[in-house]
Design a protein around this ligand. Structure first.
Ligand code: TRP
Length: 331
């Protein structure tokens, strides 16, 4: 571990196109954290296979996610970025941690209950998902984990698993703390639920102006034009909130007045948002284009990331095996 610096670990699933919610809620924060911490970021493909998916599409999804992260400013010179399945220690440690994980805790996880409601048969991978997540984090002895609210429960379980393992085999794993509040909870086009692939309410990150307009024109606004009736809470109109992320302070103030006095309609308001968003995101889109044209570079970055990750992970697993009395690997 770099002297004195806390280590951050976080993961993101290759489950679909990156969207504005990922960018504002997580990725921007990932980039900022590299200033202060030693950061390890992981594309968690082994988590993504716990729900129905198309095998032929998975490699492309992983690649596009890597491209999107790099284009958004996740800098491989300042952090380690890799794909989970490239480091087999993740699954090895997950198995070992399973042996100290209480089944009752797993079946109480909110995300497990939500997801298992949505599928016909519940596979054991869905149940054990948080154990793999604990392995991701503990493998690197990470002490900080940037996550959204929805992952806080998984992080609590990670601490519980670390405690139980330490209690049984001797103090080794730190109990990682959640870093919440880095990014904001971004609502989707419906203006009601969190922007997410499963809600079908996303604004794609790597879209051009035309594509942005085709989704933003559908965004739900507040017909009563109230917007800020409840200070401290999100604006009632999500389009107005999004202006806050992509438009200048002056323009947003102008829109605030124009909207309330009916000087501007929702369509024009959305058009201005689309233009500003497209402009703001243009460098990310361009950089993604460059990376797509240079696939070897992306491969090289992920390979190097996996090498660095594995150097740490293999030391952890060797120690864990030793303390658990498990035979040495064949040479
Ligand atoms: N479960 C997380 C999510 O869906 C992704 C994830 C997997 C993760 N492993 C992790 C997040 C380790 C933080 C740390 O968002």
């Amino acid at each position: 571990m770099t002297q004195g610096k806390s280590r951050v670990f976080s993961g993101i699933q290759p489950s679909g196109e990156l969207h504005i919610g990922n960018y504002l809620g997580a990725i921007r924060n990932w980039v900022a954290l590299t200033e202060e911490y030693e950061c390890i970021y992981c594309i968690v493909d082994l988590h993504a296979v716990t729900v129905p998916y198309e095998p032929a599409e998975l490699p492309g999804r992983i690649r596009e996610l890597a491209i999107g992260l790099l284009a958004s400013g996740v800098d491989p010179e300042r952090c380690t970025l890799f794909v989970q399945s490239a480091v087999p220690e993740h699954t090895e440690l997950a198995w070992l941690l399973n042996t100290v994980t209480p089944l009752g805790e797993l079946s109480r996880m909110t995300q497990f209950k939500d997801k298992s409601d949505r599928v016909d048969t519940v596979n054991a991978g869905l149940l054990n998902y948080p154990v793999l997540q604990a392995a991701d984090i503990l493998l690197y002895l990470a002490d900080r984990v940037p996550v959204g609210e929805d992952q806080v429960q998984h992080l609590e379980l990670t601490r519980e698993i670390a405690r139980r393992w330490n209690g049984r085999f001797g103090d080794y794993f730190p109990e990682p703390q959640a870093l919440t509040g880095g990014g904001k909870r971004i609502l989707g086009l419906d203006g009601m639920s969190k922007m997410s692939k499963s809600q079908n309410n996303t604004i794609p990150l790597l879209a051009d102006e035309e594509d942005l307009w085709s989704v933003l024109r559908m965004a739900v606004t507040d017909p009563a034009r109230v917007r800020r009736e409840d200070p401290g809470n999100p604006d009632v109109c999500n389009v107005f909130t999004l202006h806050g992320h992509f438009s200048s302070t002056e323009e947003r103030a102008e829109i605030d007045v124009l909207c309330r006095t009916a000087g501007i309609g929702c369509v024009d308001c959305k058009r201005r948002l689309t233009a500003n968003m497209a402009e703001h995101l243009a460098p990310i889109r361009d950089s993604a284009e460059d990376l797509r044209a240079n696939p070897d570079r992306v491969t090289e970055i992920l390979d190097e990331g996996a090498r660095r990750a594995r150097a740490i992970a293999s030391v952890t697993v060797a120690e864990v095996r030793d303390r658990m009395g498990i035979a040495r690997r064949s040479p």
